[in-house]
Design a protein around this ligand. Structure first.
Ligand code: MF3
Ligand code: CO
Length: 289
């Protein structure tokens, strides 16, 4: 799309290009010419799209709050699924995982040595000492959001509680590393540094992702890496940060019984927290919280 200075800007602001994103595009072009990896325009959200994604994130956050109020020992993960489905639908939204590539449920519930993508089931009963990742994603008016939290059922071991705490810190270290015109891999580097400082490892085979108009968009967000590398982050990008932190090795296996549930290869505990974030002119905004 080649715009003239007096055309309306591509971002939908209703303002002339020369008064809007022209400087932004020039900066991106110049970075591209210098060999940096710049985001494609399709993943840079307009004001209107951001507003829609924010509303989706509000509902997603309310769903997780509702789970937090209700989750308890003796409950099945199927009951959580029902709670999430009913509430999401009551808000005029749809759970994004439901029927996504054949996935059968309204959220993922991953317990102890499960890394992610655990499927709610009436056969899975939460028990004292479990650490559970509840991963919820919402579509509202076509706009996607995605977040997850850990819940500790009753009294967990000291080791389990520490893993849950440090993995949450990892998420926030990643979020703090998000800077407009900074590098995507700074996010992974900050996460990896914090996890490894505590003797933990960072799962490599799954990462965060661009999100907003679709469930999974560019870029892939690695939770490990080197500072100063990867895609340039620019205002208007929306993506998830969702580090999966293992107490043992970072190797994973997919459960052959359901072909979804991801487990630690060595049977060690795993913990994950996730937010959807927006890169802004001066930093970062949480789309979920
Ligand atoms: N919330 C997960 C993610 O981060 C959902 C994965 S898709 C599913 O992308 F089908 F496994 F649920
Ligand atoms: Co996600």
């Amino acid at each position: 799309m080649n715009l003239n200075r007096n055309d309306l800007c591509w971002c939908g602001s209703g303002v002339k290009y020369k008064k809007c994103h022209i400087g932004f595009d020039e900066k991106l072009n110049s970075l591209m010419e210098q060999g940096f990896h710049v985001p494609p325009r399709e993943i840079i959200k307009t004001k209107e799209q951001i507003e829609g994604i924010r509303k989706s994130g509000e509902i997603n956050t309310a769903v997780l709050d509702l789970v937090g109020k209700n989750i308890k020992e003796g409950m099945t993960t199927e009951e959580i699924d029902k709670l999430v489905y009913d509430y999401t639908i009551s808000q005029g939204a749809v759970p994004a995982t439901l029927n996504f590539e054949g996935y059968p449920k309204s959220l993922c519930t991953s317990i102890n040595n499960e890394v992610c993508h655990g499927i709610p089931s009436e056969d899975v009963i939460l028990k004292n000492g479990d650490i559970v990742n509840v991963d919820v994603s919402t579509i509202l008016n076509g706009y996607y959001s995605d977040a997850s939290r850990m819940f500790i059922i009753g009294e967990a071991s000291e080791d389990a509680r520490k893993l849950v705490e440090v993995s949450k810190e990892c998420l926030y270290k990643g979020i703090e590393a998000v800077k407009p015109w900074g590098f995507l891999d700074d996010v992974g580097a900050a996460i990896q540094e914090h996890a490894e400082k505590h003797g933990y490892s960072v799962v490599r085979d799954f990462g965060g992702h661009g999100i907003g108009l679709e469930f999974h968009e560019e870029p892939f967000v690695a939770h490990h890496g080197k500072r100063g590398e990867g895609m340039i982050l620019v205002p208007g990008m929306v993506f998830t940060i969702e580090p999966m932190i293992n107490a043992g090795s970072y190797e994973i296996v997919v459960d052959s019984n359901d072909n979804w549930t991801v487990l630690t290869e060595d049977g060690s505990l795993s913990s994950q927290w996730e937010h959807t974030i927006l890169v802004t002119e001066d930093g970062v905004e949480l789309i979920t919280w």
